[in-house]
Write a new protein. Structure first.
Length: 378
C-alpha cells in the first residue's frame, strides 16, 4: 500500500464520482454527477473516474463513459452485492489511499448521506454536504457569484485567496462547494484547503445530465484495482431487502408538476383532486409545499424545496403556494412557472412566467378545461 499523506496536495489528481447501483441498476444521480464531474475535471485538466462497487457490475461501467467518465474503477466482490456502510467504506477508503483522487463526489441519496461522512472521517478530510453548485475555475465561479449573489463586484473580484491558519492560500485549484445555509436564507461557498480528497455530496436532481454519447461509452476504460475484503471487515449483514409496496411519486423525472400549498386548506381533498385532474391532463404528477406535507395532506415524497426534491420540469404549476425561499430553492429552475395565488404580492409571482391572481378553486378547473379543449382541437 502506498503511503497516504492527505496534506500533500500535489500528490492528488483526478475527479472521482461514486456511482451508486442498487440491485445491479445505476441510479439517475450517477449520470448527473458524472456530467458535473466532467465539467470539473476539464476545469482542473485531469481525468474523470467513476467508482463502481458491487457484485458482477462491470457490465454497467461503459454507460457511465457515455455521460463523460474517462475511466470507471470497478470493485467487484460478492460481499459488495448489497450496500453496507462498513464494507463499502473500507473498500472506497483503501482505493482512495492507493490512487489519491483530488476530488470525490457522492450523490446525497440515503446511501450517499451515510457513506460520505464515514469515508471523510476515515480519510480525515473535509466533506461539504448537500451541495447545489460546484466550481473550480475562478472566472466561472466569479460569473456565478455575479449572477446569483448580492456581493459587490469588487468583493467578488478580490476572492482569489483565503487565510488558512494565518497564511494566504491561493484558492484557484480548490473545489468551490456551494450549498444553502441558515435554513436556506443564505448560500455558503465552502473550500477544503488543507486536505485531499475534497469531498462533496450533491443533491439528486440538481445537476444537469449530459447527452449520452455512444462513442465515449465505447472509449471508456475499465480499471479493476486489487483490494481486500472479508467477512471480518463487516459487522452488518443484509438479510433481506424489502421494497416499500407503495408507489412513490417521481417528481425528479417529471416534465409537468402541479404543486399545491396551504392555499388548499379550506377544502384539502377538493384541492388535491383539482391538482390531480390538471396534472393528468398535462401528463404530469402532483407535488406539494412543505406546509402540505407537515399537515399530513400529502406524503413526504411529494415535497418540493430545500428539504424536499429539486425539480426542473418543463412546466411547474404552483397552486396556493406563497413562494417561500425554501420552496423556490427546489423549483426556480423550472422551464416555465405558472402561479395561481389570491394574494397579488405573494413572492411566487416574482419568479413566475405566468401569474394568475385568483382563487385556485375557481382558476384550476378553468386551466384543466382549457387544456382539454386545446388537446381536443388538435
Ligand atoms: P403559505 O406560506 O401559508 O402560503 C399559502 C399561500 O396560499 C398564500 O400565498 C395564500 O395567499 C395562498 N392562498 C390561500 N388561499 C388561496 C386560494 N383559495 N387560492 C389561491 N391562493 C390561495 N417549504 C417547502 O415548500 N419546501 C421545503 O423543502 C422547505 N424546506 C424548509 C426548510 C427549512 C429549514 C425551513 C425553515 C422551512 C422550509 N420550508 C419548506 C417551509 C417554508 O418556509 C414555507 O413555510 C412553506 O413553503 C410555505 O408553504 P405554502 O406556500 O404552501 O404556505
Amino acid at each position: 500500500m502506498a503511503t497516504f499523506n492527505n496534506t500533500d496536495l500535489a500528490a492528488f489528481k483526478d475527479v472521482w464520482v461514486f456511482c451508486e447501483q442498487r440491485q445491479g441498476k445505476l441510479m439517475p444521480t450517477d449520470f448527473e454527477l458524472i456530467s458535473e464531474g466532467r465539467k470539473l475535471a476539464d476545469e482542473l485538466g485531469v481525468e474523470l473516474c467513476g467508482l463502481l462497487l458491487g457484485d458482477n457490475v462491470e457490465g454497467l461501467a461503459k454507460e457511465l463513459g457515455g455521460y463523460g467518465a474517462d475511466k470507471v474503477i470497478v470493485c467487484d466482490h460478492p460481499l459488495l452485492k448489497d450496500y453496507t456502510t462498513d464494507a463499502y467504506a473500507k473498500v472506497i477508503c483503501d482505493v482512495i489511499e492507493e490512487l489519491k483522487p483530488e476530488a470525490f463526489l457522492i450523490g446525497a441519496t440515503n446511501i450517499g448521506r451515510d457513506l460520505g461522512p464515514r469515508c471523510a472521517a476515515r480519510l480525515h478530510t473535509g466533506l461539504c454536504a448537500d451541495c447545489t453548485h460546484l466550481d473550480v475555475d475562478m472566472p466561472i465561479y466569479k460569473d456565478f457569484l455575479k449572477e446569483s449573489s448580492t456581493l459587490a463586484a469588487e468583493k467578488i473580484e478580490g476572492l482569489n485567496s483565503a487565510m488558512v491558519l494565518g497564511e494566504k492560500h491561493d484558492v484557484s485549484r480548490d473545489l468551490k462547494m456551494t450549498r444553502p445555509a441558515f435554513g436556506g436564507h443564505l448560500m455558503a461557498t465552502i473550500i477544503c484547503p488543507r486536505f485531499r480528497p475534497t469531498m462533496a455530496t450533491v443533491r439528486p436532481g440538481v445537476m444537469k445530465k449530459n447527452a449520452f454519447d455512444q462513442a465515449k461509452a465505447d472509449a471508456c476504460q475499465i480499471v479493476k484495482p486489487a483490494f481486500e475484503l472479508s467477512e471480518s471487515d463487516m459487522q452488518t449483514e443484509v438479510v433481506e431487502i424489502v421494497k416499500a409496496a407503495k408507489k412513490l411519486v417521481d417528481l425528479i423525472g417529471a416534465d409537468f408538476i402541479v404543486s399545491v400549498g396551504r392555499g388548499i386548506s379550506k377544502d384539502v381533498e377538493g384541492g388535491i383532486k383539482l391538482a390531480e385532474e390538471l396534472a393528468a391532463e398535462l401528463g404530469g404528477v402532483v407535488g406539494g409545499s412543505r406546509a402540505t406535507i407537515d399537515s399530513g395532506w400529502l406524503s413526504a415524497d411529494h415535497q418540493v424545496g430545500q428539504t424536499g426534491k429539486t425539480v426542473h420540469p418543463k412546466v411547474y404549476v404552483a397552486l396556493g403556494i406563497s413562494g417561500a425561499i425554501q420552496h423556490k430553492a427546489g423549483m426556480q429552475d423550472s422551464e416555465c412557472i405558472i402561479a395561481v395565488n389570491k394574494n397579488e404580492t405573494a413572492p411566487i409571482f416574482e419568479i413566475a412566467d405566468y401569474g394568475i391572481c385568483g382563487d385556485l378553486f375557481k382558476v384550476t378547473p378553468m386551466l384543466t378545461e382549457a387544456i382539454r379543449a386545446a388537446k381536443a382541437a388538435k
